[in-house]
Design a protein around this ligand. Structure first.
Ligand code: UD1
Ligand code: CA
Length: 465
């Protein structure tokens, strides 16, 4: 049977007072991705084409972060979860299926769980299906009240609950699937007569029962997935839980994670088979790492692409590409728009920025390669500096294939050293060096025979007096 259409609403208008933050709560990130974006992805994973995000507090920032893959409804005043859902009603008029409703603060929620919820909802034909979990400490959550047949007859908020209801440890995750029409009919009828003076979405459950409708629970065993983040400590706990899930996913896919406690891998990172991630390593953003590479220890990689068989040792990489079998570190700093060629070697205390290195290049020690290019198999000696900045603008240094730059060379850009050329150690190069030529720019060495011996002799003679 074909599944009826499925819409989705993410409630993300709240300020999140308990976060004590200038940012709206749903924009706080877990493992590098804003919570609302994680939930929007889960919704898409469950088959919702364009989730509707209800925004209010800091709404412009949320719209900017989530972009045009979502629709938006505005809740100008935060009058409660029921009122927030009502703000999405106009976008749902005439919708002939069901609608998932989730808060914006459950970052571990998966698409598979939402799909399970929707499938169950369509199978039973309930008016509303609510995802519940059993918690050892249910304090703060809405409690689920069931009738003799196991259907949900009410959800009572912690702040409104009697001592008896507070003993109930089955809680409302705030993740629901409603028949769209049923939801749209009930929302305008909600009242705010409760301890918080808010329009509660949870009151739709009582209203559906009053109309002889049916609310089904679906109990999830994985309570961690339903964690709601209300303060920064819960944010930290959610980050830790999601981090562990991400590490496990990579480990099960054939990546060695040497120390899960000190390894951080962001949600969108991809890593191929037999790569080893050593301790104290953080891999973030849209980073892609090939097979059989070794990353870390003590390494941070952001938005970078690393090929197969690479080694990244105690280094910092941001927006960089390392091609197959290249290596860097210890203590390399590879900054945006750097491309390290196949099999190239970047050694200790080397900084590269906006530069393209061909295959087989060697920059083994203490250099700055900024704004330029280095041809295949060129050798850059220790202490080479690309002087790219004149105080006003940046200029480029181009080094040809197989060139040899002696140690402690200063290349004053714009300048070119041709293919196969050599530059003598200690040179300050201000003019181009032609292919296969030698560039030398330093004081000529003088050797004074016996000078040292004579000087010592003079000193000894004068000191005796
Ligand atoms: C809510 C549920 C509670 C459930 C818990 C699960 C209600 C009344 N309570 O409580 O039963 O156990 O989630 O985590 O629904 N929001 C708006 N506009 C508003 C108010 C809230 O958009 O006017 C958004 C918030 O940004 C948030 C979500 O709704 O993403 C939930 O609000 P929150 O204040 O966190 O509700 P809880 O107190 O956690
Ligand atoms: Ca919450």
């Amino acid at each position: 049977m074909e599944r009826p259409p499925l819409a989705g609403i993410i409630l993300a208008a709240g300020k999140g007072t308990r976060m004590k933050s200038e940012l709206p709560k749903a924009l706080h990130s877990v493992c590098g991705v804003p919570m609302a974006e994680l939930i929007a992805r889960a919704m898409r994973g469950a088959g919702v084409e364009r989730p509707i995000v209800v925004v209010g507090h800091g709404g412009d920032l949320l719209v900017k972060a989530l972009g045009n893959k979502c629709d938006y409804a505005w809740q100008k005043e935060q009058l409660g979860t029921g009122h927030a859902t009502l703000m999405a009603a106009d976008l749902l008029r005439g919708h002939k299926g069901s609608v998932l409703v989730t808060p914006g603060d459950t970052p571990l929620l998966s698409g598979a769980a939402l799909r399970l919820l929707a499938d169950h909802h369509f199978e039973t034909g309930a008016d509303c299906t609510v995802a519940t979990v059993h918690l050892t400490n249910p304090t703060g959550y809405g409690r689920v009240v069931r009738d003799g047949r196991g259907n949900v007859v009410a959800i009572v908020e912690d702040k409104d609950a009697s001592d008896e209801i507070k003993l109930n440890n089955e809680i409302n995750t705030s993740i629901y699937c409603f028949k769209t029409k049923v939801l749209l009919d009930i929302l305008p009828t909600l009242k705010n007569e409760n301890s918080q003076g808010e329009f509660y979405l949870t009151d739709t459950v009582t209203a559906i029962n009053a109309n002889r409708g049916m609310v089904h629970p679906i109990v999830f065993g994985d309570f961690e997935m339903m964690i709601g983040v209300n303060d920064r400590w819960q944010l930290a706990e959610a980050s830790k839980a999601l981090k562990t899930r991400i590490l496990k996913r990579h480990a099960h896919a054939g990546v060695t994670i040497v120390d899960p406690d000190t390894t951080f891998i962001g949600v969108d990172v991809e890593i191929d088979l037999d790569t080893v991630i050593n301790p104290m390593t953080s891999i973030e953003g849209n980073t892609r790492i090939g097979a059989q590479s070794e990353i870390g220890p003590n390494t941070k990689v952001i938005n970078s692409t690393i090929g197969n068989g690479c080694i990244v040792l105690m280094s910092h990489l941001n927006d960089t590409t390392m091609l197959d079998r290249s290596r860097c570190g210890p203590f390399a700093n590879l900054r945006p728009a750097s491309i390290i060629g196949e099999g190239s070697k970047i050694g200790n205390f080397v900084e590269v920025k906006n530069a393209t290195l061909g295959p087989g290049v060697s920059v083994s020690h203490l250099s700055y390669i900024g704004d330029g290019s280095v041809g295949a198999t060129a050798n850059i000696g220790a202490g080479t500096i690309f002087c790219n900045y004149d105080g006003f603008s940046k200029h480029r240094t181009e080094i040809g294939e197989d060139a040899f730059i002696g140690s402690n060379t200063t290349l004053v850009a714009p300048v070119t050293v041709g293919d196969g050329a050599m530059v003598a150690a200690g040179s300050v190069i201000t003019h181009n060096v032609a292919a296969h030529a030698l560039g030398i720019g330093r004081g000529r060495q003088e050797v004074k025979e016996q000078w040292a011996a004579q000087w010592r002799k003079r000193k000894q003679a004068t000191d005796k007096h």
